[in-house]
Every structure is written in C-alpha cells, then in structure tokens.
Write a protein that binds this ligand. Structure first.
Ligand code: PLP
Length: 410
C-alpha cells in the first residue's frame, strides 16, 4: 500500500490473472443488461443521461480523452440510484404476480388490475438519500407505499426530497450500516418488503436485481462511445460505498470484454473505505470499517461491503484508492469550472471524487508510480460516472463558493 497526502492506493496484479478463475459475472451479460435497459425504457422519463466529453481537460492532463457520464439527469431525480430500486421493485412485483418481466412494462405493472392482485405492499429501505429517493419514487409510481430511514447527519434536502415522493421518512440517530439493520427489522416487524442496495449472506436476491438495474448506465456508455468510433474505454474510475454500483459496472465490462476489459480503479473516502480495507487485508473476504463514517461523500459513507459486490471487485479491479475528502471537493470544483469550452457539470460529493483524483494523479509528480501502475498515458480513454448532481445544495455551495476543503499544497 502507498499513501501520499491522504490518497492511498493498492495495486491488484491478480486482476489480470486467468479469467476462468474469477467469480462469474453472467448476470451482467449483454442480453441480461439489454433486458434491464428495456425495462427502464418503459418509463416516460427514460432518456440516456449525457456522456460529456472533456477535450480541453484531456489535453491539459495529457491523455487521449476524458468522458463524464452525468447521472444528475436520471429521471429528474439527480442521481443514478433509481435505476436499481425501480428494477428491483419491478422484478419483485412481477415475480409475485407470476409474470415475465420481459413481457411487461412498468406502466402495465402499475395498472389497477395488477395492483388488486398484489394488494398493498410497503417497501422499506435505509439510505444516505439517493437510493431511498429512487425506491420512494418507484413505489409511488406503482401506487404502493414506502418507508425510508436515513442515518444521522443526513442533509435535510435529501429527507425532504424523499418525502416529496410520498414516502414516510425519518432520520435516525444511527450510522448507515446500523440504519440498514434498523430498516430490516422494521420491515420484518411490519410485513414490509425490504429493498436494500447491499447484500449479505442470506440476503442476495433483491440487491442482485438492484445491481443489475445499475448496469443500464454501462450499456448506455458503450453505445454512446460507439457513436464516436470508440469500441471500449481504456480506463474506468468507479466510486464505492458498499460497492454495488462499482461491481455492477465492472461486471458488465468484464463480461463484455473479458481479458481485454478496461483497467478499473475503485475509489472510496478514507473514513469509509471498506473495499480498500478488504483489498489491503487480502484474505479474500470482505472486511468492515466501523465508527461514524464521517465524510462529505455521504453516498459513499458505508462501512460494510456488499459481499456479492466485493467478490466481483476483488477479482476484477486493478487498483483500489482511498481518498481524503478534499479530493472530492476538488472534483466538484473542477467539474463546475471546466477548462476552456468543456461543458460544465454539476457533480455532488459522491459523484466527483474520481475526477478529483485523476487531476491530482496527473498534475503531481509524487503520484507518478500510481499513474504507471494504472497504465495511463497519452492514448488513454478514461470514463467517469458522476453519480449525483447537487443533492445537498448547502454542502455544494460551501465547496464551490467558499472553497471548503482546499487542496493541500495549492
Ligand atoms: C451518488 C452516489 N454515488 C455512488 C454511490 C455508491 O454506491 P454503492 O453504495 O453501491 O457503492 C452512492 C450510494 O448511495 C451514491 O448515492
């Protein structure tokens, strides 16, 4: 492990070992993900989110091209998470009704007749904000109910946005992982359906659907790059909380390109770097980070990895990074103040850490070794997914207007 100025990294040479020895990723094969995207297309709000090209930034940093997928535009909900919650709820309802998801649209699932057969269902979850908003939105659209719990310190804008989707929602005096346990108990006690975006032994089906739901993003990206004659990026930076999102995107590219898949880097906050810690201990198992998980990257403030996601990330990721909060703040400022005529992107704290990291790696001599291990050079085609927009306006303004968390040494 290396560590410079609050940025730590671990290189995983095992990622490029023989493909057959790795955990299978068939659930993310092209035909599976195509069906997931078809389901999402059933929403009137569906539109691929923009994949922005930052040419001036690429020139400045000395790489071929930089692409940022802007998930602030997802279904008007300001984050990607609804892709997972909606797909899982769709799968749950269709399996209850005994119908094949491939033959039914979201509109049909919500029809009164189907609702009568299903009865009243309450979907229950815990969230830093984005996942709960997606679950509340999907439940509401289906004429069903939702109960959402947020961990202590959750921004009030996030709570209000969940309530606006018709959910019963409240902030607990617990950290994220304990809030998940609380939500599970609540669901069990009240006969609710627990829809959580993380898995553990004995609870894998619904989180598996959630992860498949996220893969729509990867499917869109490949199509959008093809338009520019790019068959595959060379590098992808994926931020992780419990790791569901990163593993989903990773798995899609792993199944599609096998040994030739892009180099992937998993990025987490120092204070909640459970995937990084698991990679550092290197006994093959997922490990936990405890405590208040105190980071501005609220969406990434998770101490217990999704065990299914961890297996994928362990086997396929080339590098693991753990970053101080200033890296995310820098990323938010960089995307808000583009180079030359590059598009401006509004990226919240959990969306911006990857680009903040890249600018530091390529700007500063001390990270030369990390850049070498990543194999980034002037031919690199690098993809980032800005997974949220300005989901906490107070925090966002503090960063962009007041220069909160300046980059050390600048
Ligand atoms: C904006 C944002 N980005 C990334 C993530 C990380 O996703 P995961 O917890 O699946 O690793 C989250 C999780 O809530 C999020 O809200």
């Amino acid at each position: 492990m290396e560590s410079i100025s609050g940025i730590r990294w671990i290189f995983n040479p095992g990622a490029r070992e023989l493909y057959y020895s790795k955990v299978p990723v068939k659930a993310f094969a092209e035909n599976e993900v195509k069906a997931v995207r078809e389901f999402h297309k059933g929403f009137t709000e569906y539109k691929p989110t923009p994949l922005h090209r930052l040419d001036n930034m690429a020139r400045r940093l000395g790489v071929n091209s930089i692409w940022v997928k802007d998930e602030s535009r997802r279904f008007g909900l300001n984050a990607f998470k609804v892709l997972g919650g909606s797909y899982a709820i769709g799968k749950y309802i269709s399996s209850k009704l005994g119908i094949d998801m491939r033959e039914v649209s979201f509109e049909k699932l919500k029809s009164a007749a189907q609702r009568e057969k299903l009865g009243r269902t309450v979907f229950v979850t815990a969230t830093d904000g984005n996942h709960g908003r997606g679950v509340a939105w999907a439940a509401n659209r289906l004429g069903q109910e939702s109960v959402v719990f947020l961990p202590k310190g959750a921004a009030s804008a996030r709570l209000e946005n969940i309530r606006k989707e018709g959910a019963k929602a409240c902030v607990l005096d617990l950290n994220y992982d304990d809030s998940v346990r609380y939500a599970k108990e609540y669901a069990d006690r009240h006969g609710g359906v627990f829809v959580q975006d993380t898995a553990w032994e004995g609870y894998t089906e619904i989180p598996g659907w959630i992860m498949q739901g996220y893969a729509t993003i990867a499917h869109e990206i490949t199509g959008q790059l093809e338009v520019h004659g790019i068959h595959e990026p060379t590098h992808i930076f994926l931020q992780a909380g419990v790791g569901s999102f990163a593993a989903s995107i990773q798995a899609y590219f792993a199944d599609k390109y096998k040994e030739n898949r892009p180099v992937t880097a998993v990025v987490e906050p120092n204070k909640a770097d459970c995937i990084f810690k698991s990679a550092a201990i290197n006994d093959g198992r997922a490990h936990t980070v405890t405590g208040s998980l105190d980071t501005i990257m609220a969406g990434l403030a998770c101490g217990e990895p999704n065990t299914v996601a961890w297996d994928i990330l362990r086997d396929y990721s080339d590098m693991f990074f753990s970053c101080a909060d200033y890296v995310s703040a820098r990323g938010t400022r960089v995307l808000a103040n583009p180079v030359g005529s590059d598009p401006r992107i509004v990226s919240g704290e959990s969306g911006s850490v990857g680009i903040g990291l890249l600018t530091l790696l390529l700007d500063r001599e001390e990270y030369r070794e990390a850049v070498r291990l990543l194999g980034i050079d002037r031919d690199s085609i690098i993809v980032f997914i800005s997974t949220e927009g300005n989901t906490d306006p107070v925090g966002y303004r503090k960063i962009v207007w007041d220069g909160f968390l300046p980059t050390p040494g600048e």
